[in-house]
Design a protein around this ligand. Structure first.
Ligand SMILES: Nc1nc2c(ncn2[C@@H]2O[C@H](COP(=O)(O)OP(=O)(O)O)[C@@H](O)[C@H]2O)c(=O)[nH]1
Ligand SMILES: [Mg+2]
Length: 297
């Protein structure tokens, strides 16, 4: 077993995405406000890299979902950063926090007022605002739509792009929402971001194997939250050039053994991946704000 992480190159941009992007940019003129959904545990890795170019200057609210699962101290640095650029940012636990929808509607109303003031100044009638939810897979778009709509909205598909026949759901007298989200896959130039996405979303299987993924998780945890590895697995140090002893510790501790006492590494990989996903490694944020200086966000 070797360190394959550096050898497995994730190329994560399905061919149909160029078409999807075109579809979204064509219908963007119908939209007054964008709800851009980002995962609080990876505000950079889960962000659509070229969203500015795609949606131009449309009013946008950035919604940081899964805030309940993140390391608030680190994620808040991203919130401040985007606020400093003039964006509205709302952090939320979409599963448990009932208040978040009111917050989103309140911010949307401010944008609506602005829009209608301009329309009236031009001699046009005021009208309701049209909203689109957009984001990469698994960040919580469907959950957000369901929460906004207040029931399980029909036909919320996970197909990329937007449906051909646009169908609007009225949320209140002022706001209509497109019933399916704009789904964009990240065009990932940064392999670390690719691995973060694979670690924290459910779309990893076809992209990268469990070995590479769990090694990424161990290395990242060791770098950012070493004390959690100690708490959970009793691991004090990791030799980054030889991860096998670390895997052996986990195998022994968690009884991942084959008949005859051989270590069951496949089981170890599954344990690591599941522990992270189930929050057993604590609240984590895998991106760091200082990366922004080195990337084109
Ligand atoms: N803990 C937590 N889970 C969330 C939150 N938002 C969404 N999820 C979960 O994340 C997963 C993906 O959500 P989904 O809405 O299907 O994402 P989509 O692919 O962007 O439509 C689901 O299991 C949701 O229950 C949140 O704020 N907190
Ligand atoms: Mg969905």
């Amino acid at each position: 077993m070797d360190n394959r992480q550096n050898q497995v190159n994730i190329n994560w941009y399905p061919g149909h995405m160029a078409k999807t992007k075109k579809e979204i940019s064509e219908m963007i003129n119908l939209i007054d406000i964008i709800y851009e959904v980002v995962d609080s545990r990876m505000p950079l890795s889960s962000k659509i890299v070229d969203i500015d170019e795609l949606i131009k200057n449309k009013p946008r609210i950035i919604i940081f979902t899964k805030y309940d699962l993140c390391d608030e101290k680190e994620t808040d640095k991203f919130v401040s950063y985007y606020e400093s650029l003039g964006f509205k940012v709302i952090c939320c636990d979409l599963i448990n926090n009932k208040n978040v929808i009111n917050k989103i509607l309140l911010e949307s109303n401010a944008i609506l007022k602005d829009m209608n003031a301009k329309r009236i100044a031009k001699g046009m009638k005021p009208r309701s605002i049209r909203a689109l939810v957009i984001g990469v897979p698994n960040v919580g778009k469907s959950t957000l739509i369901n929460r906004l709509v207040g029931r399980k909205a029909a036909n919320i598909g996970d197909k990329p792009g937007v449906t051909k026949t646009l169908s609007w759901i009225r949320i209140n007298k002022d706001i209509e929402l497109l019933d399916s989200p704009g789904i964009l896959w990240p065009k990932i130039e940064n392999q670390k971001h690719a691995y973060n996405l694979a670690s924290l979303s459910s779309i990893k299987e076809e992209i990268v194997d469990n070995e590479a993924l769990s090694i990424h998780i161990l290395k990242t945890m060791y770098d950012l939250y070493p004390e959690r590895l100690k708490e959970r697995y009793g691991i004090e140090n990791i030799d980054l050039d030889d991860i096998v002893p670390t895997l052996d510790i986990i195998a022994t501790k968690r009884g991942a053994l084959l008949k005859g006492g051989e270590k069951d590494y496949d089981k170890v990989y599954s344990i690591i991946i599941r522990d992270l996903k189930d929050g057993l490694l604590g609240k984590i944020t895998f991106d760091r704000i200082d990366e922004i200086n080195h990337s084109s966000v």
